[in-house]
Structures are given as C-alpha cells and as structure tokens.
Unconditional design. Structure first.
Length: 822
C-alpha cells in the first residue's frame, strides 16, 4: 500500500470569484483571506463581515498526473461537509459528514495524464433549509448537520460556518493482502509480566502471506516477535512481556511507549501503544458513612435539587495500574474555528502546556471534532488521559430518524478503530449534556437512541476493554446528579450568575465551596487574557475604553441567559476585588478573578479528596481570540492567570485553610500513591498599614497516600486577620491563605522590585506583603500571579517566545486594600 498526496496546485471558485489560488488542506475562509478578499476575521468586529460565506456554494479543483496500475482509491480524510466529488467528469458520490474519511474507488477512472478533480461544496445552511427546528442551545440548524457544532456560534467562539477540504487528500494504491488495522490491549499485569493481545484485521486476504509481528520497547529493543501465515480477515495473537514498562498519567509515573511492527508481504505498518490498565471504580456509599452523609447534604442544596434524585449514591474513581489517580485538567475544544488551521505544532504546544501546569486529563468536548492524530500522540507522550465524546452537544438531535442513527454508526465505527490503541484514551462519552435528565432506568430520554442504537455497538465490538458512558455528565438519577458519577458544575451557571447579580458576595468563598461532586467533568471558570494577546485583535484604546464595547464583542454569551456573560463576570469581579479605578485596573482584575475562582474550586476538591476524585475545568484552550473567555490558555497559547492557579492546585501536596468550628483548620491533601512528610510555616498578619506580623509558628507532619490531613491551627480567630500557610515537602512547596470576606485589592507600586535578571530568569524581592505579583513580557513564566511576604525573595524562570529575543520582564503588583492604608 502506498499513498500519493494531492497538495497542489488547487483553485477555489464561488459565486463572486473564479479560480483563486487555494490551499489543501484548507477552507474557504482561509483561502479568501490569503487572496486578500477577506478582512482579518478576528480583528475587532470583522467576524461579522464574513458571515455571507456560509450561504454560498464553492468548488475546489485540481489537475494532476497519476501512476496507473492495480487498485486505487481516492481518499479524503476530511470534507466539510456537503460535497460532491467529481473525477474526470464522473461523479464519484456525495458526502454529508465532516467527521468521517471518504474513500472512492477510482481504478477505472484514473488516467495517467491530466486528471481533473473537482469537489463541489454546497452551502451548509441551505442544505438543511426546511428541516424541523429542534430544541438546541445557541442555534437550531446545526442539529441536522454532521459537522463541527461550536462554529455555528457558542458562548466562547463567534460564528464561522465554512467549507473545504480540511484534511489531506491522497491516492491510495493497494497491492495485495495488507494489515488494515490492529487492536492492541493489555489484558493482565502481574508479578510475572504483562499479557498483551493483538487482534489483526486483514484486507484482500487471498491468497494470503507470511506475517511478521515484532514488539519494540521505548528504547528500541525487541521484546517479542512472532510469525504466522495470514489468510483470514481476523487473526489474534497474545504476547507475554516480561518486566513491562508501564504507562502512567502525568504525575504518577513515566509514559514509555511500545511499537508493534506488522509486516505482511511487501507492506509494513507500525502502531504505538502503551502497557497499562485503567478502570472506573464506582462503589456504593455505605449508609451512615461520611460519604453517604455528604451525598445526602448535597442533594438538599439549591443546585442539588435540580438534577439529583438518588436514593443510593456511588463514587467515581479512576484506577490506573492499580493506583488511584486524582484526575485534573481541562476541556479540550477545537483550537481554531477553521479545522485546517489546527497545526500539529499548535496542538503539541498546547498539550505540552497542559502537562507543565500539572494536568493529567483533557476531555474532548462533543461540539468539536475527532482531533488530529497529533493530539492523541501528544497526550500519549505527555501522560494526559483523554475522555472522548461523540460529536453532539447541547441539543435534541434527530435520533428518531434512521439517517442520523446510520451516521452515528459510521462515525463510531471509524472513531473506535482510529483511537483505540492510544494509552491516553480513558473512556468514551456518548455526547455532551444531551441526556443530563436521563437515567438508566428510563425507557426513553433525550440522547438514549443516539447512545445505544447509534454508538454502543461499535464500542462493544471494536473497543470492548473501555468504558462507554452514554452521556456527559453520567451517573445516578438523573445523569446530571452531583452525588453519583460525573457532574457538570457548569449546569448551575445560571444559579451562580444570579448569586453574582443579586448579592454583595461577602460570602463568595463559602458559596463556591458548596459545589462539591464525585467527579467534576466541567468546572466553569472565566477571566481575561494577557494584554499582549488582547492587542493582537483590538487596539489599546479598545482595551481600556470606558464603553467596553470591544471587550464585550469578544466575550460571547448564551442568548438564553437573562444577562450577557460579560456583565455577570463584571458583577463578580467588582464585588469581590473592588470597583474598577480605570481601564488598566479593570483588565488586571478581570485576569486575577480567574486565579481566585480556580484557587477556591481546587481547594474545595482537594479538601474533599476521596469523595471528589476529579476536577476538570471548562475549559483548557480557546477556539478564537476570546477577551474574557473560559479557557486557561488563550487562543495564541499564552497562559492566563487561571493557568497559574491550576499549577498550584495540581501540586502533589496542596493546602487550604479556613475557619471551622471556631478555629482555623489547615487541610493538607496528598494525591500521590505514597505517604508524604511535610513542614508548615504559619504567618498571621494584621490587615492594617504595612501588614504587621501578629504571630508565626511552624510544625511538621505526615499525610497518608491519597488522603487529607486536617488539623486545627494553634491560634484564635480574630477580625482583621490574614493567615498565610507555607507548606514544604520533598520536591515542592505550596502556599495558601485565608482572609474573611471579600478580597479587595489595590495597586501597590514599589513594594516589590527586580533585583536580578538573566537570559532565562528574574529575581524579585518584596519590601512588604504583596498579594498579587504579575510578571509580563514576551515569554512564558514558570510561575506567575503569586503572593510574596515581606523580605521574601523569589527567582522565576522563563522561556522566551523568541529564542533569539531579549526579554524585559514587566512587573505589576497589587496587595490587599485593607492593609495598604487605602
């Protein structure tokens, strides 16, 4: 089998333009932009000027020469979406599913010279005209199209409904028997080694051929080898691997990868895999136990009454190679509104950042794509577990219509074979939030037919070693319940917004602290991106403008909400951090509010460790330049303040302090697989001018594996205190604090200074307590948005964005208003 890619030259024509130079892979938006016929779609409000593209038809065309002989397929790895493929004047067929590769036999149509290939794309809007309007978030027409859902417009990306050949196209020359695919899975791991099974699927089996299979470890050494004569469509072999190198999630071990080389006749293929086991542990809470009492209490909260109707409660823990893993990370969305613009380099860079911040899980959200292979390969290398959703989100899909079920069957058949050998792949979800009111005991609910008639059979046949959860969230009665299975705290965002709007937020820490759950697959968070990124799509005048018009334009909202998302974020930020002084103060606080929110969410989950076993934020990356979006890393790859808050919350040992039963209680959470020793330094300051130190003391202790140590601090609770606790342990340190009430902050120039700078680090020293130290510059800092005690010195390493550039760190410092004499 050999491939010849059809990359150039291509043209695109439309109703207004003819034979424009085009790029494949690509799309109409990017081709028009490259030809100077479209204004930069992300700049200011230009996105509104390119909506017309979705209503027109387009034709991509190329001419090429080809080798003739044997059976030849024309393969498109991605067509978006409604298209007709024509070769040498003959229609090969029509397509209507972006999520599938499309293959056409061109053996008798291909010629040696001047082949003429046309791909006619039809407006995805006109293609569904007249279809019934089914209930859906944001827009309804998307429900009838098997294409990227989020770019019809969501509350984090504008509307960009494009078309084009968005993934490679090639001629596939077939030459006899070949290994079509292989399913590799770990069956057992014990003291004697690991048992690995390989299920080989062969095509063109007759007359057969000698097949050689070789397994190589991460160092390239051969650890197993076998030969057999292949002449059947399916053949199975088992391998015993002695002293296996096990694959673990980030933070729990290494990520060694094995290769299986399969040689069939003249054809050779390689598959990468990891040796690991993974299971989901869902134990029932024993009546009267601490977990059971917490579940009962949660069900009586305002948000618990929305979705939780359980009479029994079940946990949700992830066990990898026998080790319990605290899952933490973010939701992955398409990192560009134009899928062809998702470069391998950008994807790999984002996954590397997820690893650097301590994440071990990314949830591929159902309104996006089955991502490029580069994404899953990067997650394999980084130790990032992936939970993969099938591609539906927030709507009532036409699952009673056979065409739709057939489409899901084809998609699930493709996806299961495409992804099943990746050790990063943890489990499958049927959709995003379609079935949150469903339950296993109901004969019918929204999303049931999609999951059970459309998807499940392919998983049970092709990837039967992995769990399939019919929806996300999933577990209990209803699936959206918080005290069984997985939960989406984003489901309660309306309650949160009402709280922001209607109260003074004096008790905001306590409010956030009530949103516990067994495994949080969506924890909402929002905040502004750095100035350097803002100025890539708006002017500085826009950023600081009193009208906030452009900030609001690039902060998308849900039309079903009573108020625009931007206004709710403003309510939260000003009420917690203090009224805005000017545009610069506003931008700083819009960034820091995300740090504070994530800090409190992480502290809650870490205190509840064992009851809560997963914290996955909505969301990790951005699909377009969102000003005040939900992501931890912005569209340009710059870490937001929330990224650094996550970095601290994800440490092996993490601490939080809060008043309980009349005393301050320090909680130290250990998410590792072994007991850890720690040392604590407590500093108590008065919230008056200069933050005078009222008391200090230290102690040490030990916390067991995957558990929480809680102990009272030997000091009385008094008004006007700031309590700071520094914890150190082998390999790391952490800091937590408690201040009663709001967290009003003010600029504090001069209290922190730069004392030393090298090409890759900057050293800071604080004259008095600084609550927020923010570093800016054309680089990525290893740490940021941290506090400093009086006299503290800290060196922060950084990586320049331009390896040949000179970084000049910029410093912005805020501290607590109550202790700064303001």
């Amino acid at each position: 089998m050999s491939k010849v890619y059809l990359t150039a030259p291509w043209t695109v024509s439309g109703e207004k333009y003819e034979n424009l130079p085009a790029t494949v892979p690509g799309c109409v938006h990017t081709d028009l932009l490259a030809n100077g016929l479209l204004e930069a779609p992300f700049w200011r409000d230009n996105s509104a000027k390119c909506q017309w593209i979705e209503n027109e038809d387009w034709v991509y065309r190329c001419k090429f020469d080809a080798k003739i002989g044997g059976r030849v397929e024309l393969v498109f790895e991605g067509l978006d979406t409604y298209a007709e493929v024509i070769l040498n004047g003959k229609s090969l067929g029509k397509t209507d599913d972006m999520f599938l590769p499309h293959r056409f036999d061109v053996t008798n149509i291909l010629r040696e010279r001047d082949n003429d290939l046309q791909v006619k794309f039809f407006s995805p809007i006109k293609a569904v005209e007249g279809k019934p309007r089914l209930p859906a978030s944001f827009t309804q027409e998307r429900i009838h199209s098997r294409r990227l859902q989020c770019t019809y417009g969501w509350d984090w990306v504008d509307r960009f409904v494009t078309c084009g050949i968005f993934r490679p196209v090639y001629l596939n020359y077939r030459n006899g028997i070949d290994s079509e695919n292989v399913y590799i899975h770990t069956d057992h791991i014990d003291a004697y080694g690991a048992e690995v099974t390989a299920e080989f699927s062969f095509s063109d089996c007759e007359p057969g051929a000698l097949t050689t299979v070789e397994i190589l470890d991460s160092d390239g050494a051969t650890v197993a080898k076998t030969q057999f004569y292949a002449d059947r469509p399916l053949m199975v072999r088992r391998f015993d691997i002695t002293e296996p190198k096990l694959w673990f999630p980030n933070g729990y071990g290494e990520q060694p990868l094995y290769r299986m080389a399969v040689t069939v006749g003249e054809n050779r293929h390689e598959e990468t895999f990891g040796i690991r086991t993974l299971r989901i542990l869902q134990l029932r809470d024993r009546e009267g136990s601490a977990e059971w009492r917490k579940s009962v209490a949660l069900q009586e909260t305002e948000h618990g009454k929305w979705n939780s109707e359980n009479t029994e409660f079940y946990g949700f823990s992830v066990i990898v190679n026998g080790i319990k893993v605290f899952c933490m990370g973010g939701n992955w969305v398409s990192c560009d509104p134009f899928p062809s613009a998702e470069s391998d380099e950008k994807i790999e860079g984002l996954v590397a950042q997820a690893k650097e911040m301590g994440a071990n899980m990314l949830r591929v959200w159902g309104g996006g794509l089955f991502e490029k292979k580069a994404f899953y390969d990067a997650c394999d290398r980084a130790g990032i577990l992936v939970t993969q959703e099938f591609l539906m989100a927030c709507g009532s899909y036409p699952e009673k219509e056979q065409w739709f079920i057939d489409a899901l069957r084809r998609e699930s058949e493709f996806a299961t074979i495409y992804l099943r050998n990746h050790p990063c792949l943890a489990w499958w979800h049927g959709d995003n939030e379609n079935a949150e009111k469903g339950s296993d005991v109901l004969p019918d609910y929204r999303g049931r037919d999609s999951a059970l008639r459309g998807i499940a059979d392919a998983i049970y046949a092709n990837d039967y070693t992995r769990a399939f959860l019919p929806s996300s969230p999933y577990g209990g009665v209803t699936y959206g319940s918080i005290n069984s299975g997985t939960a989406h705290n984003s489901n309660y965002i309306v309650l949160m917004y009402n709280y922001f709007h209607e109260t003074d937020l004096h008790d905001y820490k306590e409010y956030i602290g009530q949103f516990s759950a067994r495994f949080i697959s969506e924890e909402p968070t929002f905040g502004a991106i750095p100035k350097r990124s803002m100025l890539k799509f708006m002017t500085e005048a826009d950023l600081y403008d009193e009208s906030e018009e452009m900030l609001r334009y690039h902060t998308k909202s849900n039309p079903a909400l009573a108020r625009h998302l931007y206004g709710d974020i403003r309510d939260l930020t000003e009420k917690v951090l203090g009224a805005f002084r000017d545009g610069q103060d506003r931008h700083f606080k819009y960034q820091y509010i995300q740090y504070e929110w994530i800090r409190l969410c992480f502290e809650r989950c870490r205190r509840d460790l064992g009851y809560c076993n997963g914290e996955v934020f909505w969301m990790f990356d951005d699909c377009w330049p969102a000003a005040l979006g939900w992501s931890l890393v912005d569209y340009y790859g710059a870490p937001k303040a929330g990224y650094y808050s996550f970095l601290h919350g994800a440490k092996p040992l993490s601490a939080s302090v809060l008043p309980q039963d009349g005393v301050y209680r320090l909680h130290i959470s250990n998410i590792t697989g072994g007991a850890e020793n720690f040392a604590v330094q407590v500093t108590v300051m008065r919230l008056t001018d200069g933050f005078p130190v009222e008391a200090t003391y230290s102690f040490s202790g030990r916390v067991d594996a995957y558990s929480v140590s809680a102990r009272p601090l030997a000091l009385p609770i008094r008004d006007g205190q700031l309590v700071v606790c520094d914890i150190s342990y082998v390999g790391g340190r952490d800091r937590c604090f408690w201040k009663n009430g709001k967290l009003e902050i003010v600029p504090a120039e001069g209290i922190v200074e730069i004392t030393k700078k090298t090409a890759h680090s900057v050293t800071l020293q604080a004259k008095s307590y600084a609550h927020v130290v923010s570093l800016n510059g054309d680089c990525r800092y290893a740490d940021n948005w941290f506090s400093m005690l009086a006299g503290e010195e800290r060196t922060v390493e950084f990586t320049p964005n331009d390896p040949n550039g000179n970084v000049e760190p910029e410093l912005t410092v805020y501290t607590l208003k109550a202790g700064y004499g303001v």
